[in-house]
Write a protein that binds this ligand. Structure first.
Ligand code: ADP
Ligand code: MG
Length: 258
């Protein structure tokens, strides 16, 4: 953890509805710069929604979300939240990278191109510079020898490591992971967790991770948040939450998954 003063992510009484369903009910949630935070909780509790809101893949129905002190959307107007300009959203989005459960690689592009495409198209990096950085990142995730292959030629674990390299290529200050190992065969989980664990040692990188890998969460997190019905029911250090949860609901959940 590097900074303990200003939160880099702040949810302030955030409301999110899908039709009649209130998924986030005045959620207050903060992440500090450099902090590694894990979200755990039952299916449907709103974990992915929190990450999708940060990526501006979803809007909100009330409250305020700020990244680096700036609101993602402008303030509440008389007729709901006013949208920010496209330029503002692009700028805000550029600070975050996301690794999805289902990898979401471009199937028709080589591994290297999957990593270099956005830096060239969005950041305007030269092809040479993007290639150099792409190869470095593939090296970091242990895939330098797979650069010219296509996603379907790789194992799920390798594909997910490409997903991580691709997210890093945009040089985000915040990296979001949504159950990055849930789609993998058990024997491939370790290689992906190893890469994520290595990233967790980077002091400047803020990480927000949704996972069911409790042992891993315990190893890498500064803080664990237990989500239930769109609220944080309990949070604390991994030690506190896993060994001595104070809420009955947390204990119940942990008993079911551990
Ligand atoms: P989690 O990731 O914790 O399993 P989600 O954030 O994906 O939960 O979803 C929370 C709730 O919102 C679930 O009940 C889910 O069915 C609902 N939901 C999520 N996305 C949508 C959507 N696009 N339309 C309607 N309901 C949705
Ligand atoms: Mg989810």
């Amino acid at each position: 953890m590097t900074d303990t003063t200003n939160p880099i992510i702040k949810f302030d009484k955030v409301i999110k509805r899908f039709g009649d369903l209130t998924v986030l009910n005045e959620l207050d949630f903060e992440v500090k710069r450099g902090e590694k935070v894990t979200i755990i909780g039952p299916s449907g509790s709103g974990k992915s929604t929190v990450l999708r809101i940060l990526m501006t893949l979803e809007g909100i129905d009330g409250g305020m979300v700020t990244v680096n002190g700036e609101p993602l959307w402008h303030e509440q107007g008389p007729d709901g939240l006013r949208p920010a300009s496209e330029a503002h959203l692009r700028k805000m989005r550029g600070q975050l990278g996301m690794v999805f459960q289902q990898f979401n690689l471009f199937p028709h592009m080589s591994v290297l191109r999957n990593v270099t495409e956005a830096p060239v198209k969005v950041l305007g990096l030269s092809k040479t510079a993007a290639r150099e950085r792409g190869l470095e990142l593939l090296e970091l995730v242990g895939l330098s020898d797979q650069a010219d292959k296509y996603p379907h030629q790789l194992s799920g674990g390798q594909q997910q490591r490409v997903g991580i390299a691709r997210a890093l290529a945009m040089r985000p200050s915040i990296l979001l992971f949504d159950e990055p190992t849930s789609a993998l065969d058990p024997e491939l989980v370790g290689e992906v967790l190893t890469v994520i664990g290595r990233l967790a040692e980077e002091h400047d990188l803020t990480m927000l991770l949704v996972t069911h890998e409790m042992r891993f969460a315990r190893e890498i997190s500064d803080r664990v948040c237990f989500f239930d019905q769109g609220q944080i029911r309990e949070e604390g250090t991994p030690e506190e939450l896993f060994t001595n949860p104070s809420e009955a609901r947390t204990r119940e959940f942990l008993q079911a998954v551990l």
